[in-house]
Every structure is written in structure tokens, then in C-alpha cells.
Design a protein around this ligand. Structure first.
Ligand SMILES: Nc1ncnc2c1ncn2[C@@H]1O[C@H](COP(=O)(O)OP(=O)(O)OP(=O)(O)O)[C@@H](O)[C@H]1O
Length: 867
């Protein structure tokens, strides 16, 4: 990664337009009693780089969200390139020319880099989908990102590279208004250089750039003008050249702020070693040995992705790391053992690993010290509140109420909650990754003082930071890493930002730029595992196919006539309605929904057919039958969509209600089975070609074409994105709600068609005939690889899942055991699939996801600020 430190702001790069690229007037946003932004005003012209600064919680991200259309203002207006933003949606803002890189990113980990670039680019600027990889690779290369392949799964690349790619995507679009909200927070010096370079080039090309950051050095490097917010109120807009850093910090804080690093008393020569690592290895972390002593602050420095993060995790006894880690005489083999010995690890991935986003600020603050807050065996609410209040005061956490969900806090305030919790248990060793990411200057100083105080009180503190100045300011000792090894150690008090950077820059010149991705990928296992992860969905299908073949062979061993044409045909007939019901369920699972009413819809359709399709033949009968089930399915689907997306009722609850309504209506119409269906219809539905039902032969190509559309087309990727991360998808202008409504309708229609297929074997209007499919319609797609969290699986998997269930249903009687076993087998198979597919990744399909799904409210939740 080439460093470029010559990006000076220059008035000559500003090409002024007639009107402003952005004009914000009287903008106000209230969240209940919290006034996040009051009467904000701002104006930017094309070619201008405008920094927006303020302390944590001052309203910067709120302003960004309002201009980007992700939240609606309480009052005021946003004008982009002369046009008022009338609809508060990201798509509307994007149409007016806004491109935003959000504080917490919007790259979907489950998609490839190329797919992410594709869905984040305006329709008129992206290629046809089959050219996506080549187009994305070129975009990466022209942006100077050379170590990353467009085909790599985004989850495999480190956060810094993700951030760079996202910025490159936004800059490449040459938008009239480019917004970067703390877009450099995960970047090291060389990454920051590139971003500064991109910003300057973007402005030179005519974009107005609104740049939000806590790194004031970056502000003075590129900004022409600076606007300051304090406590949600606009303070002033001034030319960058008229202020010093100190003036700006004072303006942000509203008071004079000391910017001196805390005094380092020095670590006594006889300070005991509290944590020892020997031969620590994991992926690209190579055989590192290290002693950490009581009372010292040890920094781990290096270019992004050279093993610092892995070493810090290994020191916290992260699972999978090789080597020996000891505290005193005790060897630590797990994070739990480490925690018991006072070794506390605080991840840099705040959102996923450091906080409980749905719990309140109070619960997050007290989670680590509940033992101390007990009285008579129970946690005492008053002591809990007091502890939370003390921490809020000590760390200056800006919070409406301690009962607020922590995800509603601004990014910097969330970081303070995480740090405060890590410190509240007086750890023997504190391991912190990026302690001040997203934190304002004043709070940064508070955190430095707190870390120093912890060390002075006898704790050992190990810090990874991409900010070399920070390490130089607070560390007693700095271990510099390159390519997974410690290459040198610097004495903290005499080390400077420059000496640290040059120590690893010398080595970095020969570092393979792809190594950062490689090091990151190493956190999740070796190359075989990586290949498996990359083709995980295919792998699941393969496993399922093997299980099917094994079951079939077993059954044939027990009963040789099992492979006869008649037997295969019967299994096919059994699997058909199951597969179509599974496909119905799959549509909603794909976008993160669930439909309990699939079985009831099938029953209702069957009953309706018993009124409309009892006689006649030819094309007319076919049309009547299809129209009947489609209308039934549409009605149920529309009701589901209305309740889930309109009334915002949790999907499980809403569709249970729909199940009751559809099932009840079917019973009212046919209290007992009656109304024989037309013999012609039954003949069509059960027609045989070779050893298979003809409908199976029709279905298979349809499923394959459907899978091609889902996995290999632009709309398919956008649909999956809506299921994988609705909040991110929404920001990228994907109409998540519309897609969900469409999915419920598609689910209803397909469930109606499943009812028609079922009619072939039932033959009469039996209201309860679909009941078994309530569970089976969920089990089959899950067995076929679908995720209960959305965005995963395929239609062909539904077929294999349906076949497996049909096969197990057929085999049970052969074993001479009760039919009741088939229900248990379905349950057991589903749980096994959920457990087998469950993993600790970024979008799991495991038991955890089922719990989340059941508890989750529908619709993309309000995008948490800075979450
Ligand atoms: N969805 C929400 N519900 C309730 N309060 C919110 C919500 N989003 C933001 N806030 C509050 O609005 C205020 C401003 O938050 P905002 O995220 O805009 O601050 P910020 O200046 O971007 O801070 P940081 O630098 O820490 O990211 C904060 O007090 C925050 O708690």
C-alpha cells in the first residue's frame, strides 16, 4: 500500500458551482425526549471539502443520516444540488446524488467484494451482472487496492480493507455530494493517506465532500471549511486555516481542554511478569513469545493486518491459537479460563463482540460485575443503578437514560460503555483492540488517563492501535510487528509516531499487499476450512445428497423392491407437495421472514378446489384450478404482508394468526372432508413419466432456473442482500420492504400451488390435509441449507430437503416402528441441520438465529446511530 502524505488542501482544486451541492436549513431530530440535532445549518459547494466535527453524541451521525435519507427529520429541510429531499429514503437521496460511507459500514460480509461493489453502485453506473467480477476488479485496481480479489468473500478481509473498498466505491461513483462518516476509523496511516488522496481527487473532480471525523489531523490536512456541533447544536462554520487544533478542540468542548498525554512513571525493573506467551501461532501469526509485566502499558504496532490483532486475541486465550499462555503457574486454555484469572479481552469489533446491542446501557455496564452487585443472592436493582450511574459519570457517557438500548448511543459513547465495562472488574491484564475508535478528543484523553491509572494500580495493559501517535503517547513499551512476527521493540517514552511508523514501514515494503487479507482470514481457520467456507452452500447440498443416497441404499438393503419404479414414483409423489411447500417457505426465509401459515394455506386451497374443480376437463379446468389456488394464496399472502410489514407484528405471531384464520375458514367451508375433485385433475397431478411423477420433471428445471436467478443475477443478489442485512440493504437503496411484501405474496401463491399438488394425493376437500406441512415446510428448506436469518439457501435445497423427509417417512414403516416416529425424525433432522449449519459467523443459521428470529420485530429496525 503506497503512502502519500502530500495531500494538501488547495483552494485551486475547488471548482465552485452556481448553487450549493448541499444546503441544510433548520434541521432538527428528536428521539423521544432526546434532541439529537437542533436547528442545524450547513452549506457546501461542489469541490469543497467540509469537515463536520463535534464531541461524541453531538449529532454528527444524525445529520449524516438525515441528509442520506436513512431517518426523517422532526423539522427543517435538506436540499441537494438545488432539489429538496422530499422523501426520506436512501434511494431518494441517492437519486439526488448523495453517496454515503457510514460509520459502521454497509458491506455485507456474506457477499463477495464484487457483489458488494455491485449492489452499492447506482443502476446506471454498474455493469451487467455477469461482468461483475471483472468490473469490480478494475474498480479496485484503479482505486489502488491491489491485494484484494473481487471474488473474495467480504467476511474474509480485515475491517480496514472493507472500509477502503467502501470509500473507493463511493468515490468511483463521482457523486455531487460525497459523505464520509468516520470513514477512516479502522485505517492505519497508509490507509488514511489513501483516503485523504481519494477525498482530494474527488473534490478536484467537482464533488462536495462532507467529512466527519474525530481525527483532527485529517481535518487540517484536507478540509477547506469546518463546521462544529456541540450537544446537537450547530456552533459555527469557519475556514480550516483560521484555527489551530487546540482552538478547535476547545470549540467542540465549549471549554478549555488539556491535550497532554498522561505522565508515565516508568515500569520498575523488578515488576513481575503477569502474562507469558510462548510460541503463539495462529494463521499468519508466527511463533511469537512475549512477556507482559504488571504496571506496564504495552503497545502492539504495525501496518494493518500484520498480526497485531491476532496476537492480542491469542493473549486472551482465543480458541484456535497455538502455543502456551500462562498466568503464574496456570496455563490458560480458553477465554473463560483467562477471564477467571483476570485476563480481559476487549475486541475492536464493538458491534459484534464487545457489546450486547439489544440490552440497555445499564445492563451492558453491569454485565461484568453482577457478582459484586448481589445482595442475598440476588442482583440488587439499586446497586445496579448506582454502579451504572458512576460509570456514566466517570466516562462522560452521553445517554438519554441508562435504560436506553446501548445500540441507540452514538458510536463513541458505545465505545466508552465497552471500555468502562472491561475496566470495572479491575482486571489483572487488560487487552484492548483500538481503545479510542470513534471517540472524541476529550474522551480520548479520559480513556488514556483511565488506562494509565489501571496500569499504575498494577494491571498490565496491552493495546493494539492503528494510531501510532496514540501508542507513542501512552505506552511504556511498543512491540512492532510485521508479517506475524515481532520485528523490534521500542522504548515507549522515547518512541515517536514517526519512529514507530518507520520501524514497520521498512519491513512493509516487502510485505505482500494481500497479506492483510490472509492474516485476517487466518482467524477463521486453515486453507481447507476457508475453501469449505467459500463453497459452504454447495458443501451442504453435497452432504445432503450423500445422506439421501445412504438412506436409499440402506432401505434397498432392507427391502430390495424399494428401488422399483413404483416405489420411486410413490416417494416422488410424497416429496412433491413437500418440496413446493418448502419453496413457499423459502421465499420468506430468503428475506428474513417466516410463515407459519403455509400448511393452512394449502388446506384452504384444497377446500376451495373442492368447490371449483370438481368436474370438467381440458384447459378450462386447469385454468380454474390454478386461479383458485393462486387467489387463495394471494389472500393469505396479502394478509401476512399487511400484518408483518404494515402493522409491524412479529412474523411468527402474525402468521400464527393468519394460520388460524385460513385454517378456520377451511373448516367452516368443509367441516368434514367432501367434494371429490375432477378425475381429470387428479390424473394430471399424478401423471407418471418413467419412474417419476411428471410434475417432478417439470419442477426440477424451474428450481434450477430459479436458483440461477437468485445466485447469478443482479436482482437475486439484491434480494439476498435484503435478507442478509436489511439495514445495510436499505442504505444502499434496496427497497427492502417492497421485497418483503413481494416475498409474502410469492409465499402465499406457492403455498396455494402446493395445495394443488397435494390435491393429487388427497383427492377431496379435506380442510386439515395441510396441517402437517406447517412444520415440514420449515424443516425442508432448513435441511436444504436455508438460514432462519435470511439470505441463504437455494430452491434445489428445498427439493433435496423434501426428498429427505419423504424418504424418512417411507423408511419408518419399513423398520416396523410406530408412525409417530416420523414426526420425531423430522424434529431431530431439523435440529441436527440447525446445529450442523450453525457457526459463529456473521450470519448464522443456527439455533441462535431461531431465537433471534422469534424475538425479532419485522421490518428494518431504525438504523441505530453509529451502531
Ligand atoms: N435511534 C436513536 N434513539 C435514541 N437516541 C438516539 C438515536 N440515535 C441517536 N440518538 C442520540 O442522539 C444523539 C446524537 O447522536 P449521534 O450519533 O448523531 O452523535 P455523533 O456526534 O455522531 O457521535 P459519535 O461521534 O459518538 O458518533 C446521541 O445522544 C444519541 O444517543
Amino acid at each position: 500500500m503506497s503512502a502519500n502524505r502530500t495531500t494538501e488542501p488547495s483552494e485551486t482544486t475547488v471548482s465552485r458551482q452556481d448553487g450549493p451541492a448541499l444546503r441544510v436549513t433548520g434541521l432538527r431530530k428528536e428521539y423521544g425526549p432526546v434532541v439529537a440535532l437542533a436547528d442545524a445549518r450547513l452549506a457546501l459547494t461542489g469541490g469543497e471539502i467540509h469537515a463536520l466535527v463535534g464531541e461524541n453524541g453531538s449529532g454528527k451521525s444524525t445529520l449524516v443520516n438525515l441528509v442520506s435519507g436513512t431517518v426523517a427529520p422532526t423539522a427543517g429541510s435538506v436540499e441537494i444540488a438545488g432539489q429538496v429531499l422530499l422523501r426520506n429514503t436512501p434511494a431518494a437521496a441517492a437519486r439526488l446524488g448523495v453517496m454515503t460511507v457510514f460509520q459502521d459500514g454497509s458491506m455485507l460480509p456474506e457477499l463477495t467484494v464484487g457483489q458488494n461493489l455491485y449492489i452499492g453502485t447506482r443502476a446506471d453506473q454498474r455493469p451487467r451482472y455477469h461482468q461483475v467480477d471483472a468490473w469490480a476488479q478494475e474498480l479496485l485496481e484503479t482505486s489502488g487496492i491491489t491485494g484484494v480479489s473481487s471474488r473474495t468473500a467480504t467476511r474474509e478481509i480485515p475491517p480496514g480493507d472493507r472500509q477502503l473498498i467502501e470509500i473507493a466505491r463511493a468515490v468511483h461513483a463521482r457523486p455531487p455530494l460525497l459523505i464520509l462518516d468516520e470513514a477512516t476509523s479502522a485505517l492505519d496511516a497508509s490507509g488514511v493517506d489513501r483516503v485523504m488522496d481519494m477525498i482530494v481527487r474527488s473534490a478536484a473532480a467537482g464533488s462536495a465532500v462532507l467529512f466527519v471525523t474525530h481525527r483532527l489531523g485529517e481535518v487540517f490536512r484536507v478540509a477547506h471549511n469546518i463546521s462544529v456541533l456541540r450537544d446537537g447544536e450547530w456552533q459555527s462554520t469557519v475556514p480550516a486555516s483560521s484555527l489551530s487544533t487546540g482552538d478547535l478542540v476547545d470549540l467542540m468542548a465549549g471549554t478549555s481542554v488539556g491535550l497532554d498525554f498522561p505522565v508515565r512513571p516508568g515500569v520498575p525493573a523488578d515488576a513481575p511478569v503477569v502474562l507469558t506467551g510462548r510460541g503463539l501461532s495462529q494463521g499468519n501469526l508466527k511463533d511469537v513469545s512475549l512477556d507482559v509485566r504488571a504496571g506496564e502499558v504495552l503497545g502492539l504496532a504495525g501496518a494493518d493486518g500484520n498480526g497485531q490483532g491476532l496476537l492480542l486475541r491469542a493473549l486472551g486465550a482465543n480458541a484456535g491459537a497455538g502455543g502456551v499462555l500462562t498466568v503464574g503457574d496456570t496455563e490458560l486454555r480458553s477465554p473463560v479460563a483467562a477471564k477467571a484469572k483476570g485476563v480481559v479481552y476487549l475486541s475492536g469489533d464493538r458491534k459484534r463482540e464487545s457489546l450486547f446491542p439489544t440490552l440497555s446501557v445499564l445492563e451492558n455496564l453491569t454485565a461484568g460485575v453482577l457478582g459484586r452487585l448481589r445482595e442475598n443472592g440476588l442482583v440488587h436493582p439499586r446497586r445496579e443503578r448506582e454502579h451504572a450511574r458512576e460509570q456514566i459519570q466517570a466516562f462522560g457517557i452521553r445517554v438519554g437514560s441508562p435504560a436506553q438500548p446501548v445500540s441507540f448511543l452514538s458510536g463513541g459513547n458505545q465505545q466508552k460503555v465497552a471500555i468502562s465495562r472491561a475496566l470495572s472488574d479491575a482486571p489483572r491484564v487488560l487487552l484492548v483492540d483500538e481503545p479510542t475508535q470513534g471517540v472524541d478528543v476529550r474522551s480520548r484523553m479520559d480513556i488514556y488517563r483511565t488506562l494509565r491509572a489501571a496500569a499504575d494500580a498494577g494491571s498490565a495493559v496491552v493495546v493494539v492501535s492503528s494510531d501510532a501517535a496514540e501508542l507513542a503517547g501512552i505506552c511504556d513499551r511498543i512491540a512492532v510487528m510485521s508479517r506475524g512476527r515481532i520485528i523490534t521493540e521500542l522504548d515507549g517514552p522515547t518512541a515517536t509516531e514517526d519512529s514507530i511508523v518507520s520501524a514497520f514501514a521498512v519491513e512493509s515494503e516487502v510485505v505482500d499487499p494481500a497479506s492483510s487479507a490472509a492474516v485476517s482470514a487466518a482467524t477463521s481457520g486453515g486453507s481447507v476450512r476457508r475453501v469449505l467456507r467459500a463453497h459452504e452452500d454447495l458443501f451442504r447440498l453435497g452432504v445432503l445428497a450423500v445422506v439421501l443416497v445412504a438412506l436409499f441404499s440402506y432401505a434397498q438393503g432392507v427391502n430390495p423392491s424399494f428401488s422399483s419404479a413404483a416405489s420411486i414414483y410413490n416417494i416422488g409423489l410424497l416429496a412433491l407437495p413437500l418440496t413446493v411447500a418448502a419453496v413457499a417457505q423459502f421465499w420468506v426465509l430468503l428475506v428474513g421472514g417466516i410463515d407459519i401459515a403455509v400448511g393452512a394455506t394449502m388446506g384452504l386451497s384444497l377446500v376451495a378446489l373442492s368447490f371449483t374443480a370438481t368436474s370438467g376437463g381440458g384447459a378450462m379446468l386447469a385454468v380454474v384450478a390454478v386461479v383458485t389456488v393462486v387467489v387463495c394464496g394471494l389472500l393469505v399472502g396479502a394478509l401476512n404482508a399487511l400484518l408483518v410489514e404494515g402493522a409491524k407484528i412479529v412474523a411468527v405471531v402474525a402468521t400464527i394468526a393468519t394460520m388460524g384464520i385460513a385454517g378456520g375458514l377451511a373448516l367452516v367451508l368443509r367441516p368434514t372432508a367432501a367434494g371429490l375433485l375432477s378425475p381429470d385433475l387428479l390424473t394430471w397431478l399424478t401423471h407418471q413419466t418413467g419412474a417419476l411423477p411428471t410434475l417432478t420433471l417439470v419442477l426440477v428445471p424451474l428450481l434450477l432456473v430459479g436458483d440461477w436467478c437468485i445466485w447469478r443475477s443482479g436482482p437475486g443478489v439484491r434480494l439476498r442482500a435484503a435478507g442478509l442485512q436489511p439495514n445495510y440493504a436499505l442504505r444502499l437503496g434496496i427497497p427492502v420492504r417492497r421485497l418483503r411484501v413481494a416475498s409474502y405474496l410469492a409465499c402465499g401463491v406457492t403455498a396455494g400451488l402446493a395445495g394443488l399438488v397435494l390435491a393429487g394425493s388427497v383427492g377431496t376437500g379435506e380442510a386439515t390435509a395441510g396441517n402437517d406441512f406447517t412444520l415440514l415446510s420449515m424443516a425442508a428448506p432448513v435441511l436444504g441449507g436455508a438460514s432462519l436469518l435470511g439470505g441463504r439457501g437455494c430452491l434445489f435445497g428445498c427439493l433435496l430437503g423434501g426428498l429427505l423427509l419423504a424418504l424418512s417417512n417411507t423408511i419408518v414403516p419399513m423398520l416396523g416402528i410406530s408412525d409417530a416416529w416420523s414426526f420425531m425424525i423430522v424434529g431431530i433432522l431439523t435440529v441436527v441441520a440447525l446445529l450442523a449449519y450453525s457457526r459463529g459467523g456473521e450470519n448464522t443459521s443456527g439455533v441462535r438465529s431461531l431465537v433471534i428470529r422469534v424475538l425479532r420485530r419485522p421490518g428494518p429496525a431504525g438504523v441505530p446511530s453509529g451502531a
